[in-house]
Design a protein around this ligand. Structure first.
Ligand SMILES: Cc1ncc(COP(=O)(O)O)c(C=O)c1O
Length: 384
């Protein structure tokens, strides 16, 4: 009997039943008054979640679509773009910028590490002629489990004058991310992460400074064109046929987020991530990002114990406990495994996951005090 999968990967994430039931309804016309009302609510609630007064666009795509929508509407051939790379998703910004004809420079650190304010400030201070037009950043780097201090980094970028373009795909909802307050010029995210909706929608918000740069973009994207989307948002509409059912599901998920409160939702992710980290340490596991200060609250990367393979751990969790955890990506494949605590996750999910992980590791011969993980987890969760 297997119909209780717990998706402990960093997306897609578990979806609440009420959201699934909304999505299962018969589609409604995308130009109908009923759908226009849904869009009105969704556009307003997205501003609440993104903590911005600016419009938030909904694209029918995965998160990468919104990343393309950001750069393709800002970059002209030959523009200089500085990409802050702490993992695969930071590198994705660089690849997209190159595809737009930008001259790309990277500041890159080893996987698991983050960009320090000093590194960024030093490079931007050297740019005395203001040649760097745009800086791309990743908030929560899903491939490693590290998280950049976006608030500080965007402050430095603002002082220089370049645009900050931030990937909030696994941070929005999970970690404080305040574009208006912190001066993030462009922020993108995706539905299948903290939003508790299946894959298929992506979001983008841009401030006035970014709009000025858009106005100078000679060949903006056609499908993702900001101008077309802004016009539609303001008419409670969409430029093209959207994923109607997913947007109805999003409407219901956003109501849940508002009921919980965005600050409480952020706090829940922090509480879960820190409790999980403590539990993993208690069963003699090493964390890939050792310093809690640099860790993402949506994804935790773990090194397998000496002599035990990542595929074996994942196999037992999947086959015997119906829990999916993620492998490492690219050069980190089989070197780490990643446990997501993103979106629709409750204490019970964590208690059963840590218990199941203890059971799997014990069968694989790992030496640790049985029960120490679950005990530590519960103690941490009870502290609040
Ligand atoms: C940090 C980050 N950025 C971008 C993406 C790309 O999103 P998608 O796979 O939805 O295109 C992901 C996906 O996992 C991600 O975690």
């Amino acid at each position: 009997m297997k119909d209780k999968t717990f998706l402990m990967i960093p997306g897609p994430t578990p979806v609440p039943q009420s959201v699934m039931l909304e999505i299962a309804k018969h589609p409604i016309g995308h130009r109908s008054p009923e759908f226009s009302q849904v869009l009105k609510e969704v556009y307003s609630d997205l501003k609440y979640v993104f903590q911005t007064e600016n419009d938030v666009f909904i694209y029918t795509s995965s998160g990468t679509g919104a990343m393309c929508a950001a750069l393709e509407n800002l970059i002209n051939e030959g523009d200089k773009v500085l990409c802050l790379v702490i993992g695969n998703f930071g590198n994705r910004w660089a690849k997209i910028a190159e595809s737009c004809g930008a001259v790309v420079e990277k500041i890159e650190v080893d996987p698991g590490e983050v960009i320090t304010p000093q590194m960024l400030k030093k490079r931007l201070d050297e740019d005395i002629n203001g040649e760097i037009k745009l800086v791309t950043l990743t908030h929560s780097e899903t491939s490693t489990g590290a998280a950049n201090d976006i608030k500080t980094l965007c402050g430095i970028i603002n002082n220089h004058g370049a645009l900050s373009v931030v990937d909030g795909v696994t941070s929005v909802c999970a970690m404080p991310c305040k574009p208006d307050e912190w001066g993030i010029n462009v922020l993108v995210s995706g539905s299948q992460k903290g939003f508790m909706v299946p894959p298929g929608l992506a979001f983008l918000t841009a401030d006035e400074k970014a709009w000025k740069v858009y106005e100078e973009c000679k060949h903006p994207s056609f499908y993702f064109d900001w101008g077309a989307y802004r016009k539609s948002v303001r008419a409670n509409s969409t430029p093209y046929t959207p994923a109607v059912n997913l947007i109805c599901g999003l409407n219901s998920a956003l109501k849940m987020i508002k009921d919980e409160g965005i600050d409480n939702m952020n706090a829940r992710h922090k509480r879960h991530a820190l409790a999980l980290r403590a539990a993993l340490r208690a069963i003699n596991l090493k964390l890939f990002v050792e310093n809690d200060e640099n860790a993402s609250y949506s994804i935790t990367s773990i090194l397998p114990p000496e002599g035990i393979s990542v595929p074996d751990i994942r196999k037992i969790l999947k086959e015997d406990y119906d829990i999916e955890v993620a492998n490492g990506q690219n050069q980190l494949k089989d070197k780490i495994f990643r446990m997501g605590t993103l979106g629709y996750v409750c204490d019970r999910d964590l208690i059963s996951s840590v218990g199941s992980l203890e059971a799997a590791l014990s069968r694989l011969g790992h030496k640790f005090e049985k029960g120490a993980g679950v005990r530590t987890l519960i103690n941490q969760l009870n502290k609040g």
